[in-house]
Design a protein around this ligand. Structure first.
Ligand code: GLU
Length: 301
């Protein structure tokens, strides 16, 4: 791992408006960079070209400026890098670690619902989503061949079993403290511990979506390496995903990073804020007269 000046990043997706949780994440990264003599980069994670729009990106940049988050260097936009992700995906395909998956959401849902109706407890990933059952479990061999010969869209998944068998030892990752207190020695903040990665808990994750040649997991590790990021500081909700990211780094021969996962901002009912729950956005707060200072108070900074 790098011992030179740390490089942090904030990597939002412009598929909705930023909320207080994003404000916390952005500002923790900017502050960590300032206090450690490092830099903080901005990456726009907009692989989903239907939900992420230039207008939302523009509004997101305004919101970040409003709360005082400042970034260095050029902004990296994932929508401009599909070729790079495709190349990474091809490398894993060449290594025999991926497969095409044709099942539709409806087929997966129905198959699992039927198994559960029979009393089976279907395994779920750390986010609570059912693990992918595998085309060969659900479809007849003839049907798989028919789909392969057709132009039906497919996703590309990591064959988790093969990937794990390929490794000499299960990877682990470096996890450090999430917040650097006022006056706290940055050197102490560099003391972390090793966490064993548990990527198997995610099953055969998607690496290439049906609608684009990458996925969140693939592009995040490729871009952290591309931007020379040394320190990832992000919400606790991504803690378990780090296992997958560490695995992909090993499989793709990418450098190891330091990880830290920060507290989440919860709503009055104790749920983490989210765009899908229509949590109050920074824009809503600003237009209702909330000041930047009050935002800091609400996020505990
Ligand atoms: N784009 C992700 C999000 O908005 C963050 C990815 C990351 O920090 O690794 O939740």
């Amino acid at each position: 791992m790098s011992t030179s000046s740390p490089i942090f990043r904030f990597a939002p997706s412009p598929n909705g408006h930023l909320h207080l949780g994003h404000a916390l994440s952005a500002l923790l990264n900017c502050r960590a960079a300032e206090r450690t003599g490092g830099t903080c980069l901005l990456r726009i994670e907009n692989i989903d070209q239907t939900r992420c729009t230039p207008a939302l990106e523009q509004e997101m940049l305004e919101d970040l400026t409003w709360i005082g988050a400042r970034f260095s260097g050029p902004v990296l936009r994932q929508s401009e890098r599909f070729d790079v992700y495709r190349a990474a995906l091809e490398r894993l395909e060449r290594d025999g670690l991926t497969y095409r998956s044709y099942l539709t959401r409806g087929e997966i849902k129905r198959f699992i619902a039927d198994r559960e109706a029979e009393g089976l407890v279907w395994p779920r990933d750390p986010d609570g989503a059912p693990l992918y059952p595998g085309d060969r479990t659900v479809l007849e061999a003839d049907e798989i061949r028919r789909r392969e010969a057709s132009d039906m869209p497919f996703a590309i998944r990591l064959d988790m079993g093969k990937a794990l068998a390929r490794l000499g030892a299960m990877p682990d990752w470096w996890e450090g403290p999430a917040e650097l207190g006022e006056g706290e020695d940055p050197a102490r903040w560099m003391e972390g511990r090793r966490i064993p990665a548990e990527p198997a808990a995610w099953g055969d994750v998607v690496l290439g979506r049906k609608d684009c040649p990458t996925s969140y997991h693939l592009s995040v590790v490729v871009d952290d390496a591309e931007q020379g990021v040394t320190d990832v500081l992000r919400g606790q909700d991504l803690y378990h995903a780090t296992s997958v990211h560490r695995l992909l780094q090993v499989l793709l021969g990418l450098p190891e990073l330091r990880y830290r996962h920060h507290r989440l901002i919860l709503d009055d009912e104790g749920r983490k804020l989210s765009k899908s729950l229509a949590s109050a956005s920074l824009r809503d707060l600003r237009s209702s007269g909330v000041t930047e200072r009050e935002v800091m108070g609400r996020i505990g900074l």
